[in-house]
Design a protein around this ligand. Structure first.
Ligand code: NAP
Length: 249
């Protein structure tokens, strides 16, 4: 408790899943937090569940004008920012021959362009000693059938974090990625895979990962809390793979 007392935080994609659970843990640790999302209903519902300490801001990460408005709102509410969790993302799977331009653009626009301009638009508000955490994925170093666009987008997120860490270090800002393994959230229902294929993949992960199970949102969020807090003061440009060991055995 109180590990983030007095800190100000923004969590993009804080309406459901990993972003929502991270917002819950940030608030429990004493931070004030803005959560964002592009779906107004889910945004209102998340804010309702988190209570009045969470500030919902509608912002589609694909829109530079939404991100500029987000930056204005952060300044208005908090003045300065200590923690930025760049979490908003989507993932779609399809075989090479079935992928069209929209499929490609949707994922790169949200996962890569969205992450890049979120950091660019909010960087000016970050305090010395601030922490940026980007949500990549354990798959960012992997190849797997049907994952080409999503995996490449997450490799790009990992790459952005390395350069941001180098570029913002002179201001005492740390930048790291978290790379979750398979964690059941609303994410899987939006991937374009049938429940059978999804179950097959989950079974494979459970069999392969040394910890023998899927992850829980709380386990990702608690690692993000660590990276946001002073406990990780000597950690930058690092990647935290939280996947039960799946990718590294
Ligand atoms: N769950 C996993 O197994 C897993 C594994 C590795 C990495 N990840 C990464 O973790 C992150 C969160 O995923 P999740 O599992 O928590 O999925 P989720 O429950 O579907 O959450 C995705 C979040 O991103 C937001 N979002 C999507 N498109 C957006 C846009 N254009 N503008 C603003 N916000 C947008 C959604 O907001 P709306 O509600 O407004 O749509 C939602 O809050 C993603 O970056 C994903 O790649 C997840």
């Amino acid at each position: 408790m109180d590990r983030l007392k007095g800190k100000t935080a923004v969590i993009t994609g804080g309406t459901t899943g990993l972003g929502f659970e991270t917002a819950r843990q940030f608030l429990a640790e004493g931070a004030r937090a803005i959560i964002t999302g592009q779906n107004r209903e889910r945004l209102a519902s998340a804010a309702n569940q988190l209570g009045s300490v969470a500030i919902p801001v509608h912002a589609d990460v694909r829109s530079l004008s939404d991100l500029t408005s987000l930056s204005d709102r952060v300044q208005e509410e908090f003045g300065r920012l200590d923690i930025l969790f760049v979490n908003a993302g989507i993932g779609s799977f399809a075989p090479l021959e079935a992928i069209d331009e929209k499929f490609y653009n949707d994922q790169f626009d949200i996962n890569v362009k969205g992450a890049f301009f979120t950091v660019q638009k909010l960087a000016g508000l970050l305090n010395e000693g601030a922490s940026i955490i980007l949500n990549a994925s354990a798959v960012h170093e992997k190849g797997m059938a049907m994952g080409s666009v999503y995996f490449a987008s997450k490799a790009a997120v990992r790459s952005l974090a390395r350069t941001f860490a180098a570029e913002l270090a002179s201001r005492g800002i740390r930048v790291n990625t978290i790379s979750p393994g398979l964690v059941p959230t609303a994410f899987q229902s939006k991937m374009g895979l049938s429940p059978e294929v999804m179950n097959e993949f989950a079974t494979y992960v459970i069999k392969t990962a040394p910890l023998g199970r899927l992850g829980k949102p709380e386990e990702i969020a608690s690692t993000v809390v660590f990276l946001a807090s002073h406990e990780s003061s000597y950690v930058s440009a690092a990647d935290f793979v939280v996947d039960g060991g799946f990718m590294n055995v």
